[in-house]
Write a protein that binds this ligand. Structure first.
Ligand code: FE2
Ligand code: FE2
Length: 512
């Protein structure tokens, strides 16, 4: 909607020289007559510029995804999951828009500029959390924002209205990303670290500068948040759209060695005893003798534990090449949903006044899958588990438990969790089942892959990685205290583990 000011401006403008019907906003409210007469960017220029946005969004998606598994800090892991998804969404929108501009063959896989590539490679290969956070949130995302803003104030807002719309939506969420990022930089990067990284930071700025080629004065404005507004009028616009530059990229620092994906999940200090598989929540959940209110604790544990799904799905995404773009978009949507499910569990514990850091949120599922199976086999296990969630022992049941628990938030969370899982089963049918003769064959392959995963239950204990402590009675007692009730003696005595029973209550492979 137009703001009252803009309305006034429009009608004022119209009254003078462009009569419209009773002073209604002209041009469908898109812009003024003055702006609608901009002629700086042709279709060709717009396509070239948007291809740069597309390239950076695809690379951001790649970097966020590639760094989820081995990033220990939970808040960054979950934020990377969201930010990867947002970048995938906006990359999809730009792909579609570019395809509308007489552009087949699209050439969307072509690297538009060697310096932009180096910029992204450097951040992808950055060795630590500080470098990564700085590179993502203080350099690449702000550069995308500046360029998007510049695009929407340079192109013709009427002739190129569909691109401006895509750009505006993208800006909205890039601003959200950078708001998180600014806080992350404040929290994680102290002056000493900033000083240590000063040379590298200059290299990133130099990449942005050189990405502009001969119009580098302009490009420093376009690609860098550190620009000089007054220089905008000197911009040779055509230079923006020149995909190739006459400047070679600077020398790489971190990306001299190609990126090595680390498939082993890491967790921060709040996650203790991460090899613990001493409690089997599914065995509790499906035991009719226990109260639904008590079962909510196990549901919340299961939700929070789902942080292992982004850790695992990130490995599939990073290690699977050559699929259509929609595959990466759909799988990233699911990855983000699973991070969100973990946060629903986190919020559930907060809601009940319970400290979840007292419970071991294990990572053995993502760890075992990432280190023992091929990406395709991991996808098979994922689909098998999610499809198994559809019938009786599944999401409807979990929702019913939540509904009858006397804890409305638990019912609400399970309601949305169930809806998400139905979507995930559809994503699985699209990108996994189609490779098989039928659903049964796809399911039995997933079951076989899962049964090949060695749980290492005993060897983890023998190697001193965990004692498989039964953590259930402690958290259950704490919850009963909050509720002001006495614990159910049978529930308190629950002690089923994952030693021989896996999460779908089937037998498990012997420990390796
Ligand atoms: Fe989930
Ligand atoms: Fe799921």
């Amino acid at each position: 909607m137009l703001s009252p000011d803009r309305l006034q401006f429009h009608s004022g403008n119209l009254m003078i020289d462009r009569p419209s019907w009773q002073g209604l906003p002209p041009l469908a409210g898109l812009c003024t007559f003055e702006d609608a007469q901009r002629s700086a960017l042709s279709v060709e220029h717009c396509v070239a510029w948007m291809k740069r946005h597309h390239y950076l969004l695809v690379r951001l998606h790649e970097i966020f995804t590639a760094r989820i598994t081995a990033e220990p800090v939970y808040e960054l892991k979950t934020a990377f999951s969201l930010h990867a998804f947002l970048c995938a969404e906006h990359a999809s929108a730009f792909r579609q828009r570019i395809g509308e501009l007489r552009e087949p063959p699209l050439g969307l896989e072509v690297v538009p500029d060697a310096s932009l590539k180096l910029l992204c490679d450097e951040v992808l290969c950055s060795p630590g959390q500080a470098e990564l956070v700085l590179g993502l949130y203080e350099v690449i995302v702000p550069a995308v924002i500046e360029s998007l803003k510049r695009y929407s104030t340079t192109t013709n807002p009427l002739a190129d209205a569909p691109s401006v719309r895509v750009t505006r939506f993208c800006l909205l969420e890039m601003d959200d990303i950078v708001a998180f990022g600014r806080r992350a930089v404040e929290c994680l990067i102290d002056p000493t670290t900033r000083e240590r990284l000063a040379t590298w930071r200059k290299l990133l700025d130099e990449c942005l500068l050189r990405a502009g080629g001969s119009g580098k004065l302009v490009q420093s404005k376009v690609w860098s948040p550190l620009g000089d507004d007054e220089r905008q009028s000197q911009v040779p616009i055509a230079a923006l759209a020149q995909a190739t530059t006459d400047l070679s990229p600077p020398s790489p620092q971190f990306s001299v060695t190609p990126f090595q994906y680390d498939p082993v999940p890491k967790r921060d200090a709040r996650f203790q005893d991460s090899f613990n598989a001493g409690v089997n929540p599914e065995a509790f959940l499906y035991d009719e003798q226990f109260a639904t209110r008590d079962k909510v604790l196990m549901l919340l544990y299961k939700r929070l534990r789902e942080i292992d799904v982004p850790e695992m799905m990130a490995s599939i995404l990073h290690q699977t090449a050559g699929k259509p773009w929609k595959y990466y978009r759909d799988m990233t949507r699911q990855l983000w949903d699973e991070a969100r499910h973990a946060m629903l569990g986190e919020v559930g514990f907060v809601h009940l006044g319970l400290d979840w850091t007292r419970i071991p949120i294990s990572f053995t599922w993502s760890r075992n899958l990432n280190t023992q199976l091929e990406p395709w086999e991991r996808h098979a296990v994922l689909f098998f588990i999610e499809q198994g969630l559809m019938p009786r022992m599944g999401k409807r049941y979990e929702w019913e438990v939540g509904q009858h628990s006397g804890i409305p938030l638990a019912g609400l969370f399970q309601d949305f969790d169930w809806a998400d899982e139905v979507l995930h089963a559809q994503i699985g049918r699209e990108w996994y089942v189609k490779e098989f003769k039928d659903l049964n064959e796809a399911m039995s392959y997933g079951d076989r892959c899962w049964s090949h995963v060695l749980s290492h239950w005993s060897s983890d204990r023998e190697n001193g990685l965990t004692q498989h402590r039964n953590w259930w009675p402690d958290i259950y007692r704490a919850a009963c205290e909050r509720w002001g009730v006495s614990p159910d003696p049978a529930a308190l005595a629950f002690n089923a583990t994952y030693e021989s029973i896996r999460a779908d209550l089937k037998g498990i492979s012997a420990s390796g």
